[in-house]
Write a protein that binds this ligand. Sequence first.
Ligand SMILES: [Zn+2]
Length: 344
Amino acid sequence: MKEQLEAIQVEALEKIAGTDEIKTLQEVRVAYLGKKGSLTGVLKGMGKLSKEERPVIGEIANKVRDAITAALDEKNEKLEQKALEKQLEAEAIDVTLPGKPVNQGGPHLLTSIVEEIEDLFTGMGYEVREGPEVETDYFNFEALNLPKDHPARDMQDTFYITNELLMRTHTSPVQARTMQEYQGGKSFKMICPGKVYRRDNDDATHSHQFTQIEGLYVDKNVRMSDLKGTLDVFAKKMFGEDREIRLRPSFFPFTEPSVEMDISCKVCKGAGCSVCKGTGWIEILGGGMVHPRVLEMAGYDPKEYSGFAFGMGPERIAMLKYGVNDIRAFYTNDKRFLKQYHQA
Ligand SMILES: [Zn+2]
């Protein structure tokens, strides 16, 4: 019986060594160690052995089974490793091939301009504030000295949601909201960028939706010269140190006195050309000293506090700075247009 067992071991190990497929290896396992396998068959005959022989043969049988099992496991691992290597080889990727190009985006020209203006004013101590685009009649008009029957409302006709709710026509309501928040007791400098709406027909210079940035400075002893100095710094930083500014009288319901600001024409340097329509100047923005009524309505004592406000359209600034001649180019998302300004 001992010889029989040793013969089985030799035979099994030979077969395992000669196998190079996982499937065949499995068959070998069944043929020797399975329920009907040859080793199992020998072990079943152990009952016929004497008491003395049984542990001796039993020990040999265990050794044979362990040897066969170990050989099977080792071979199995080798074959699996080989199969894996083969698969990896078949699925190999050539990393030296050129990759698919990735489309890299950039900020929208309007975003860049708004951020540039924000940077400029935060550098002068202004905080950036935002407000709702759907606004109440009170904050959009009344708190800014535009009562319900005021004729200047005609210039700012907008989209009404209800009689009292509308799409804001300017970012000025953010100024009114800020003043009310400070309850007449705090000096502050703020700018408010954002989308505004008008009932305008779209053409090269008009859009029913556009962008505004307004600024407001409220403090004791704020003077017209402070406004002029601030706007001069803005014009020179935005358009170049060689630019001059001039203020012309104008009218806004929420400022008194009110001004329009022009900058000197870059092309003709003031002599007059087609860009500036022969005047030597280009209109940039509006502003003025905050109307005492507006201060009063927000809880500020106009005898103690004064302030200046200004407002501009980033579209107009971008059009002048980069020579864009149609405002609609900002909203139609033509990538050929937008790509030109990714580094702006
Ligand atoms: Zn000119």
